[in-house]
Design a protein around this ligand. Structure first.
Ligand code: GLY
Ligand code: MN
Ligand code: MN
Length: 436
């Protein structure tokens, strides 16, 4: 991503908050894994969106119209000893030269810096409740300035959440963001193709996960969430991430895995037969999920909503399960009583972007499901899960868990399936696996 794009995002934010406002956005902290070792660092997505800066312990202040410069980065100063251990640090000059900061400060001095930068502003745009340390610092600066107001001058009189403004911006992807998401999807597709090639009885789920990670690693990417590699009944645990079981002949394998490429996520699911051939019952359930997924994807265009897509999906799934005798009664009654929820208990999809479950409201100002617009990216992921624990159901259906998930860009005329190169038709999957 070019510095120019980060700058135009900051300009847009500056315009929205105006010269009487000041925005504060902090990045994430390092998180301890064991004793003195850490999980790999991942920047806060909002902070990244406006800065492109990937070091921990940093904070951005945007003060529109400030004579000394409106984009201020507070970061760790360069420390040669620390760099010996931890690697390159940009330091105060680095963020000016390489990240277009107008001014930079040592993050250790944040208390006094915040007081200076908030002084003369009426509104502080800051999202409280996400970062305790900065919550305390921002409210302390706010309180101290309010107390000093008796001496005259302009001091802040409100702290306004900046989430909605930022997240509305992030919901519409730019041309460059779409390019990155296409690449994230392409790499995700490659990893799933590899799963189709390597899936066979007696292989362990964690071995499949290792192949996925290896494939992601070929492009310098990491998983955008914990990969779900769930064979047999494990697929009926929606967030199964143990990935410890051995795959068995006759079972299905549900793989939900996507990568994060230059901070942008893909999120893809395929369900394939471990032995390479679907059984009759697996085919029957798979066909319903596939019909629902294809029908919903074909409806994606500007103006479409998650609510309408979910309704369509529920109808197809309920009808399909009734036809197989798994649900009994009239379709309208089954839908009204939400009987399908025993087998399809999640949403049809979500926004996708820098976060896998990307930010942005699901409703508009009227509280209605938000209509899609060009540049939005969503997932479409219907599923049917018939756990072994399900009572009053014929044994032949038990242990079948199926989800099919693709990443879909809303375009001016309809949509584009970013993960569309990955087979999902029964014949295509079987043909592919038979060549293993
Ligand atoms: N992988 C998480 C999801 O599909 O939402
Ligand atoms: Mn998803
Ligand atoms: Mn997923």
């Amino acid at each position: 991503m070019k510095n120019l794009e980060f700058k135009s995002r900051r300009n847009k934010l500056a315009k929205t908050i105006g010269k009487s406002g000041v925005a504060i956005i902090a990045t994430a902290d390092l998180s301890t894994r064991t004793n003195d070792t850490y999980y790999p660092f991942r920047s806060n997505s909002d902070f990244y969106y406006f800065t492109g800066f990937l070091e921990p312990n940093a904070l951005m202040v945007l003060a529109p119209g400030r004579p000394e410069g409106e984009f201020i980065l507070c970061v760790r100063p360069k420390n040669p000893l620390m760099e010996t251990w931890e690697g390159h640090m940009e330091g105060l000059n680095g963020v000016i030269n390489n990240y277009n900061a107008d001014q930079s400060f040592d993050i250790a001095d944040i208390d006094s810096i915040l007081k200076d930068l908030l002084h003369g502003r009426e509104r502080v745009f800051y999202s409280i409740g996400k970062h305790k340390i900065y919550d305390d610092k921002v409210t302390e600066a706010f309180k101290t300035l309010r107390e000093s107001q008796r001496q005259g001058g302009v001091v802040p009189n409100e702290i306004v959440s900046v989430d909605t403004i930022i997240h509305d911006m992030r919901q519409i992807k730019s041309r460059k963001e779409i390019q990155l998401m296409k690449e994230a999807a392409r790499i995700g597709v490659e990893a799933h193709l590899r799963v189709m090639n390597e899936c066979k009885p007696s292989v362990y789920e964690y071995q499949i996960e290792a192949s996925i990670n290896h494939q992601f690693g070929q492009y310098g990417t990491v998983p955008s969430y914990n990969s779900i590699v769930a064979s047999g009944d494990n697929a009926c645990t929606l967030h199964y991430v143990e990935n410890q079981s051995m795959m068995k002949q006759g079972d299905l394998l549900l793989t939900d895995a996507g990568c994060e490429y230059q901070m942008y996520a893909s999120d893809i699911t395929r369900t394939i037969p471990v032995s390479g051939q679907f059984t009759k019952e697996q085919k029957a359930i798979y066909s319903i999920v596939l019909e629902a997924q294809k029908s919903v994807i074909s409806s994606v265009k500007p103006g479409q909503t998650f609510e309408k897509m979910q309704k369509n999906c529920i109808e197809i799934i309920t009808r399909g399960l009734k036809k197989l005798g798994i649900l009994k009664g009239s379709v309208s009654k089954l839908i009204k009583e939400e009987s399908y929820k025993d087998f399809y208990m999640h949403g049809i999809g979500h926004w996708l972007g820098i976060d896998v479950h990307d930010v942005g409201s699901y409703v508009n100002e009227k509280g209605k499901s938000k209509p899609f617009a060009p540049g939005m990216v969503i997932t479409v992921e219907p599923g049917i899960y018939i756990s072994k624990k399900t009572k009053t159901i014929d044994k032949k259906w038990k242990g079948i868990g199926i989800r099919i998930e693709d990443d879909v860009l809303v375009t001016p005329s309809g949509c584009e399936v970013l993960s569309g190169d990955l087979p999902k038709e029964i014949d295509a999957i079987e043909a592919m696996m038979s060549s293993n």
